[in-house]
Design a protein around this ligand. Structure first.
Ligand code: 26Q
Length: 757
């Protein structure tokens, strides 16, 4: 049957209609069915060793477009629909986005699944089927409000597998039901799977807000994805979630191992487990438990697991390193407690230093420590990050196990983040260097040959302009906000965190606002665009959103400032908005306090779409700067070694925000938070709390870097005016972005860690 016939059959069976008679909604459902079937029927890749990528988050984004492309039927379906007078893009809009992740870590897992399949490697994801992904963000009274975001409709990407596993919790058992999402390869006829475990009887949808009964584990275990903060009330439920995921996942692994004809003593020869941050770390003691239950001795079980598990660290913020009270684990999975104690005892034999122990004196289990002692690989996610792990954060471990440490600089799938989201730019690149870069992104460097090709440079500017105009339309339709497509689009899109320093960008806005009020007009109009969700319990992050929304309102109401400066915060920033915004960005804001951003991945997506980075030497920005060279990036700010010294109590060099506040320019900017014009719009308490924090604490040192930031941004705005030279910068950024393809990253994981084939 050809595609048209299949579509006719599906719409006939489901709706009793011919495709031509269907609504967009019905066509969407029919395409979902068609695509899911095609993907589902693909066999798994071959391979002697199989990878399981364990992650509490998979931020997949919409899948219809992606899967049509991977299956190689996108153009055919598009043409088929347009012959019926229908529009595929419009139909794709109807898909709910599965937001089963918070941000970078979850989206990285999704990019990795795409690349693992594309490269023909045998590897599945293992996670949880949250019924509500990350909350939906609404703005009211210039504040963030959260509402639940159900993504599961009666028909979804989930394939029922019929498999269940029993998870033994302290005092009761639960069945984990397995659902799969097919991950088709873009380059061969195989597909991997994302395995998502769910409870048997999920709770009914909550009424109203995002709060639910966190003690009703049986019904709520998979209800919600935790936002990335330490919401105390939910901590125990989080441990239940983690154990549910790893116990069911470990059972699945052993079942598949047996089906492949191998015994439990051969686990390591045929399996690799990547632990995505510490959220799945309990897979280590759980596998040991299951293996000893299948006849291995403790020594044998530990040996197998230690040759199977590898750990990726995504953060150097100490407060984000998971440490669970042993009594939590005693309650959730008491059978793990003797195993964890034994692992701790053996670790102390290797090294007596209490700083590397698994169990500390306060009864806390250090999840990362368990991963490092009992995993065979520890990797950071950008060169600088890995160096900081080795030299500072995990130095003691590096001294014991230097051979385990390695770097895997993050990457992003350019199939989604360039080919799919920016077809115009893709066509321009294809026209210059043929389509071979798509399978071999390193070839993008041959774009460098077009540095003096005026025609290509002009086309680059035209493509960017049209992406900006498209974004303006989408923003108008979604939010009723009108922005000028001829202004510079200065874009900061990422979770809201103090270390990412959206507040410093807000200070830039204040500076420009004050200048314009004094009659000093900028060289050209700038639109500062933010997209960010704050964790619901993260008070300071919410204050920063409030400040930005107040500035947006202030400027919107001021006809003297509006033509020159705008602030826009996109509501409910998610993968779908990222796909619209990234092609339209001129400047990519990557301004975290040096040493704090492990890598960043938005920086890579923006670069590949021709945005020029304005950033600190942090995370992967360092590698971007090396690749593009100083003329094609704007860097500023204190370097990581200085920042680390400024946090040090010794030597009397500790950072004191007041020293920086008490300079004429900075004081004026910070004090603007308490200005009558802002107080008239905003919540005085919230603004005052933020003002007090910025002035008296400023833990992430925005005041240290703000002056240099403003002057470097001024330089970028000035240089943007030389259109030809700016187009060259864009070209260099695109040309050098091939390194940041997740295909490269995954090849390195495979060569150095997984050894799948
Ligand atoms: C922990 C305990 C309880 C509840 C939530 C959490 C939690 C959840 C999510 C802690 C951390 C996260 C997410 C971390 C994250 O996204 N890190 C980012 O990972 C990216 C991919 O490697 C990097 O590019 C970013 O630099 C890093 O911030």
């Amino acid at each position: 049957m050809d595609l048209k016939e299949q579509l006719v059959q599906i719409t006939g069976e489901r709706f009793g209609l011919a495709p031509e008679q269907c609504s967009d909604r019905q066509l969407y459902e029919a395409l979902l069915t068609l695509t899911r079937r095609l993907a589902e029927s693909r066999p798994a890749p071959e391979g002697a060793r199989k990878l399981y990528y364990f992650s509490a988050e998979f931020l997949m984004g919409k899948l219809l477009d992606n899967n049509l492309l991977a299956l190689g039927i996108h153009a055919e379906v598009r043409d088929l629909l347009s012959a019926m007078g229908r529009n595929l893009d419009q139909i794709e809009e109807l898909e709910p986005e599965p937001s089963l992740g918070n941000g970078g870590l979850g989206r990285l897992a999704a990019c990795f699944l795409d690349s693992i399949a594309a490269l023909g490697l045998k590897g599945d994801g293992v996670g949880l089927n949250y019924h509500y992904g990350l909350f939906r963000q609404k703005f009211a009274d210039n504040k963030q409000m959260e509402t639940p975001d159900p993504w599961l409709e009666p028909d979804s990407w989930l394939i029922p597998t019929g498999k269940t596993f029993t998870v033994p919790f302290g005092g009761f058992e639960m069945k984990a039901k397995l659902w799969d999402v097919a991950i088709p390869s873009a380059y061969n006829d195989r597909a991997n799977r994302l395995h998502l475990f769910d409870v048997e009887e999920p709770a009914q949808p909550p009424e109203g807000g995002i709060n639910f009964d966190k003690t009703d584990i049986v019904h709520h275990l998979t209800s919600f994805l935790y936002p990335d903060d330490g919401d105390d009330a939910g901590r125990l439920l989080r441990v239940y979630q983690q154990y549910f995921m790893v116990s069911a996942g470990a059972q699945l692994i052993l079942q598949e191992l047996e089906e492949r004809g191998f015994g439990p003593g051969e686990l390591a020869d045929h399996t690799a487990i990547q632990i995505n941050d510490t959220h799945p770390s309990m897979v280590i003691p759980e596998l040991i438990r299951l293996l000893t239950g299948r006849g291995l001795t403790m020594d044998q079980a530990i040996d197998q697991v230690s040759r199977t598990c590898a750990y990726t660290n995504h953060t150097i913020l100490a407060e984000a390193l998971e440490k669970w009270p042993l009594h939590f684990i005693e309650r959730v999975a008491p059978q793990l407690v003797p195993i964890i104690r034994e692992l701790d005892r053996r670790a102390r034999e290797v090294c007596a230093d209490p700083a590397v122990a698994i169990l500390d004196g306060n009864g806390l289990v250090h999840m990362a420590h368990m991963d490092i002692h009992y995993g065979y690989s520890v990797n950071g996610v950008a060169a600088l990050h890995t160096e900081i792990l080795k030299k500072a954060e995990l130095k003691r471990f590096y001294d014991i196990y230097p051979h385990k440490f390695n770097n895997k600089t993050n990457g992003v799938t350019l199939r989604r983040w360039l080919e799919a989201c920016n077809p115009e730019l893709t066509a321009l690149i294809d026209g210059c260097i043929s389509t071979r870069w798509r399978r071999d992104p390193g070839r993008l460097v041959s774009l460098m040959e077009f540095m003096d090709n005026d025609h290509v440079l002009e086309q680059l500017l035209t493509v960017k302009q049209s992406a900006k105009e498209r974004f303006c339309r989408q923003l108008r339709e979604a939010q009723g906000v009108e922005v000028d497509p001829n202004s510079i689009f200065d874009v900061q899109i990422k979770r809201l965190h103090e270390y990412k320093r959206q507040q410093m960008n807000a200070l830039y806005v204040i500076q420009k606002y004050l200048e314009i009020k004094e009659g000093r007009l900028p060289e050209r109009p700038v639109t500062v665009i933010f997209g960010a969700k704050a964790a619901p319990a993260y008070v300071m992050a919410k204050h920063i959103i409030h400040l930005i929304l107040c500035l947006q309102r202030l400027i919107e109401n001021d006809p003297a400032v509006r033509p020159w400066l705008r602030v826009v915060m996109v509501e409910n920033y998610n993968v779908t908005w990222a796909e619209r915004l990234i092609p339209a960005a001129d400047i990519s804001e990557q301004i975290s306090l040096a040493s704090k951003e492990a890598s960043g991945t938005g920086n890579m997506k923006l670069m590949a779409n021709g945005a020029v980075t304005l950033g600190t030497l942090d995370g992967a920005n360092v590698e971007i700067a090396e690749l593009v060279g100083p003329g094609n990036i704007y860097t500023f700010g204190a370097h990581s070694d200085r920042v680390i010294r400024l946090y040090d109590d010794k030597g009397g060099q500790r950072y004191r925000s007041l020293d920086y506040y008490h300079t004429p320019r900075v004081e004026r900017l910070v004090d603007f938070l308490l200005s009558p014009e802002l107080l008239e719009i905003g919540d005085a308490k919230a603004l005052a709390a933020l003002w007090r924090d910025m002035k008296g604490k400023d833990w992430f040192m925005a005041l240290l870097d703000v002056e240099e930031y403003i002057s470097v941004k001024d330089l970028a705005v000035r240089q943007y005016g030389d259109r030809k030279s700016w187009a060259r910068k864009m070209l260099v950024n695109i040309a050098k972005s091939g390194y940041f393809s997740s295909d490269r990253t995954i090849k390195q994981y495979n060569e150095d860690i997984w050894h799948l084939s």
